[in-house]
Unconditional design. Structure first.
Length: 520
C-alpha cells in the first residue's frame, strides 16, 4: 500500500504551485475540499489535511491533460482575480470577453506570437457592440481613445460609469450617507431580529445534517443520494422557518403577474431598493450613474431565487431550500444591507485600482445608439465637442468588438431588474440576434445583414488602413458572408478555447477572432 503524504492547505498550495507552474492559493485548495473534489483526511473539526497523491491525480486529470492550455489565446495562466481585475467586475454581465483578450490585440507591447502592431497610443478604437465596456476600459489603460455603441440603455450606463473620473472623497461620503439611510430604515422593521433567529436555527440544523467535512465527499463518492436527502431535510426545516415567519410577522409575498421587479423580489427587499433609488436621486449628478450600478449589482444578488439559479432564473423562491451549490439548507434574502455594504466597498476599491492605472489624457465614451445607423460624430458632439472634433480629424483606427450571438442571449432581459428599478427605456426590438427569434435560417440571414450593416455604417468613420477584430462563436459559418456584404476581407482567423470568463459561468467552449481589413 502506498504511504499517505498529508499536507495542510498551505503546504498543498505551495506544492501545487510548483507542480502546475502557476500560483495556487490555500483558498483554491479549500475550494476542492468543500466541493468534494478531494478528500479531507483530518479527524479534527478545525483542521484540514490533503493527501498529496490524490491532489496530484486530480490535477493530472483536470488540468495537465488539457491540450488547449497550450493555446496562447486560452489565457490559462491567468487566475480569475486577474481576468476580473479592477472595474471589470463592477457588475455581472453575461457574454463578455476577458480584458486580456482585448489587450492581446490592442497592446503594441504584448509579448505574443503576433508580429504586426495594429494599434498604438492615442489611436481611436471603436466597439460597435460595447456590452459592459471592456474594450473602452482596456483602451484607457493603454493610452488610447475609445468609442462604444450599444443599443441597451443599461449597457451604456454601465460602460460610462466604469470609465468616468470620480472625486473619491465625495463618492465615499455619498455611499456612507446611503448606507446610513438604509440602516436607519431597517431599524424600524423586524427583519434584523428575524434573520438573526433564522440564521441561528439554520446553523444548528446544517451542522447536524450537513457536516462540512464529510457531506460533500459522501455525495461525490455516491454514498448519499444528494437530491433525495436534501429534499427530505429541507422539508423538515420548513416547519421551523414557518414558525419564525409567523412569530416575527414577515411578509414574503411577490407579485407573480407583475413586472420583473414585482415578481422576483420579496416585499422587504423591494422597499429597501426603492428607498435607495429615491435617495440616489438626491446625490450629485456626477455620482448618480455609479451609485445606480452599485444598487443594480446589489439588486441582482437579492432576487428571490436559489444560489445555483442566480444566472438562470427558474421560479421565485421565498422559503428555505436545499442548496446543491453549498451542500446545505439555505434561505432567501430579506434585506439588501449585507450586499449593498459589500458592493459599495468593493466598487470603491476597484475604481481606485483603475484610477492608479488609467490614462488621464485620453477619452472614452459609450453612445446609447443603434450601431447599424448611428452617426458617431454627431452623437459624440452632443456630449463632448472636443472628442467629436478629434474623431473627425483623426478618424478611427479600427474596431475591437464581440457582436451578439445568434439566438443565444436576451441582452435586455438579463438586466430586467435594472430597467424596472430605474425606469430605463428598453429597445429590445433593436437587438441583433434576439433570443426570441431562435437560430433558424431566417434568423441567421437577418443576423448576417444586421452585422454587415453595422460594419458598413462604422466604415464611414474609419481610416482606410483600418483593422477590425470581431470575437464570435461562428458555429453557423456566417462571418465570411458578413465580411463580403460589408465589403471587407477576412485576413486571418484566430481560434481560441474559452476557459476564463468574466462572469461566473464555468462552461468551456471555443470561439474565433476574425481579423478583417478593407477589401483591396
Amino acid at each position: 500500500m502506498k504511504e499517505m503524504s498529508l499536507l495542510t492547505p498551505k503546504q498543498a498550495s505551495v506544492w501545487a504551485s510548483e507542480y502546475l507552474g502557476k500560483k495556487v492559493t490555500s483558498n483554491n485548495i479549500i475550494y476542492l475540499l468543500n466541493y468534494g473534489k478531494i478528500a479531507n483526511h483530518s479527524t479534527h473539526l478545525k483542521e484540514n489535511l490533503i493527501e498529496k497523491n490524490e491532489l496530484k491525480a486530480y490535477y493530472d486529470n483536470a488540468i495537465k491533460s488539457a491540450k488547449h492550455l497550450q493555446n496562447p489565446l486560452s489565457f490559462a495562466q491567468y487566475k480569475e482575480a486577474q481576468t476580473t481585475k479592477h472595474v471589470h467586475r463592477i457588475h455581472p454581465y453575461k457574454g463578455k470577453f476577458i480584458p486580456q483578450l482585448v489587450e492581446y490585440f490592442l497592446d503594441s507591447h504584448t509579448d505574443s506570437i503576433k508580429r504586426e502592431i495594429y494599434f498604438k497610443p492615442d489611436d481611436i478604437v471603436l466597439d460597435i457592440f460595447a456590452g459592459s465596456g471592456t474594450t473602452l476600459c482596456v483602451a484607457n489603460e493603454l493610452g488610447m481613445n475609445a468609442i462604444g455603441i450599444d443599443v441597451s440603455t443599461f449597457n451604456a450606463l454601465l460602460s460610462n460609469a466604469k470609465v468616468a473620473q470620480y472625486d473619491f472623497n465625495a463618492l465615499e461620503n455619498e455611499c456612507l450617507r446611503l448606507t446610513n439611510c438604509l440602516e436607519n430604515y431597517t431599524k424600524t422593521t423586524q427583519i434584523s431580529l428575524f434573520e438573526s433567529a433564522l440564521n441561528e436555527a439554520l446553523s444548528a440544523f446544517n451542522q447536524l445534517y450537513f457536516p462540512n467535512k464529510t457531506f460533500k465527499r459522501q455525495v461525490a463518492l455516491g454514498q448519499i443520494d444528494e437530491k433525495t436527502y436534501g429534499k427530505v431535510k429541507a422539508q423538515e426545516f420548513l416547519k421551523i422557518y414557518n414558525d419564525l415567519m409567523s412569530q416575527y410577522h414577515i411578509n414574503i409575498s411577490t407579485n407573480t403577474r407583475g413586472n420583473f421587479f414585482e415578481k422576483w423580489y420579496i416585499d422587504s427587499i423591494k422597499q429597501e431598493i426603492i428607498l435607495l433609488k429615491n435617495e440616489i436621486l438626491k446625490s450629485p449628478q456626477s455620482l448618480q450613474n455609479i451609485l445606480c450600478i452599485i444598487l443594480s449589482r446589489t439588486a441582482r444578488s437579492c432576487r428571490a431565487t436559489t444560489h445555483s439559479d442566480l444566472a438562470t432564473l427558474l421560479e421565485p423562491i421565498n422559503t428555505t431550500y436545499y442548496c446543491a451549490k453549498h451542500g446545505r439548507v439555505c434561505k432567501p434574502l430579506f434585506s439588501i444591507t449585507k450586499w449593498w455594504k459589500s458592493y459599495t466597498k468593493d466598487t470603491l476599491k476597484r475604481l481606485r485600482e483603475f484610477q492608479s492605472l488609467r490614462s488621464a489624457t485620453t477619452k472614452q465614451l459609450c453612445l446609447n445608439a443603434d450601431s447599424t445607423n448611428a452617426d458617431i460624430i454627431t452623437e459624440i458632439q452632443k456630449q463632448d465637442k472636443d472628442f467629436a472634433n478629434l474623431v473627425k480629424s483623426q478618424k478611427i483606427a479600427g474596431i475591437f468588438s464581440s457582436p451578439p450571438y445568434v439566438g443565444l442571449i436576451d441582452y435586455h432581459e438579463q438586466h430586467a431588474y435594472a430597467y424596472d428599478i430605474f425606469n430605463l427605456p428598453r429597445k429590445d426590438n433593436l437587438e441583433i440576434g434576439k433570443l426570441s427569434e431562435g437560430q433558424n435560417k431566417l434568423a441567421q440571414e437577418k443576423y448576417i445583414c444586421a452585422i454587415a450593416q453595422a460594419l458598413k455604417n462604422a466604415k464611414r468613420f474609419l481610416r482606410e488602413d483600418y483593422n477590425v477584430f470581431l470575437v464570435a462563436n461562428d458555429k453557423f459559418n456566417l462571418y465570411p458572408k458578413i465580411a463580403e456584404l460589408a465589403k471587407m476581407q477576412i485576413v486571418k482567423k484566430y481560434d481560441r478555447p474559452v476557459l476564463n470568463r468574466s462572469e461566473k459561468d464555468k462552461n468551456k467552449y471555443s470561439e474565433s477572432v476574425f481579423h478583417l481589413k478593407n477589401r483591396s
